[in-house]
Design a protein around this ligand. Structure first.
Ligand code: DC
Length: 224
């Protein structure tokens, strides 16, 4: 059967990661979490105490880092210059820095080419913010997931360990700030591609969302 390139975009906490992983598993496709790449750059920026607004420093860092995914016995890992940084990219500090560095043109350029390389082979689900609009406008199937801020904050809060590192109010505030920054930046802002199927996940459970997506994928495959 023909293999497709599928994109899933949407704001933080819209259910993208869980759903993308499940959809990729269901179809036996590769799953590419592009937010992890922005987080990888954010992690290196913080580790090297670089001010992301200091262009020469940030550009120097970008030339030195080699990011990629590697399949190991622990699952899919994010590697930076051969070092596994998967466990270090999910903190609130890295989330905010990822949003900041993602507004920098050189960061987006670097990751654009990396993502294009990863997408050369079809049979992949790419999850991010600008997959269907900028990186893969030619994708076979595009989804855009949305959910209310309250619901997204609740999901992120429940994912945190015990004790949680932030209060529910702090999570909601960070999500709102990131939404604003991600949606209003000049390059590759967060928005649905005109040909994307938008799904509001606020009151749907994961399996209902997955079911809707599988229906769309199936009908595209039938047309091919
Ligand atoms: O999906 P995430 O929360 O892991 O993404 C982290 C940040 O990276 C997010 O604030 C926006 C940015 N990002 C982006 O600009 N483009 C993408 N394709 C993926 C993520």
């Amino acid at each position: 059967m023909e293999k497709l390139l599928i994109t899933i975009d949407g704001p933080a906490g819209s259910g993208k990661s869980t759903i993308s992983r499940l959809l990729a598993r269901h179809l036996n496709y590769k799953y590419i979490d592009t937010g992890a790449l922005y987080r990888g750059i954010a992690f290196e920026t913080v580790s090297h105490k670089i001010d992301p607004d200091d262009e020469p420093q940030l550009n120097g860092l970008l030339e030195r880092i080699d990011l990629g995914f590697e399949m190991t016995e622990k699952g899919l890992r994010l590697m930076s210059n051969g070092r596994d940084i998967t466990g270090q990219i999910r903190s609130p500090e890295i989330s905010m820095m990822a949003s900041r560095v993602s507004a920098k043109p050189r960061v987006r350029e670097k990751l654009f080419s990396l993502q294009k390389k990863l997408g050369k082979e079809k049979g992949a689900v790419f999850e991010g913010r600008d997959m269907g609009t900028v990186v893969f406008p030619e994708a076979d199937v595009k989804f855009f997931l949305v959910a209310s801020v309250e619901e997204r904050a609740k999901r992120r809060f429940l994912e945190m360990g015990d004790p949680p590192s932030q209060t529910l109010e702090e999570v909601a505030r960070d999500i709102q700030k990131r939404d604003e920054d991600d949606s209003n930046r000049k390059i590759a802002p967060l928005k649905a591609a005109p040909d994307a199927t938008t799904i509001d996940t606020t009151s749907l459970d994961i399996h209902a969302v997955l079911g809707k997506m599988i229906d769309v994928v199936r009908s595209v495959l039938q047309e091919k």
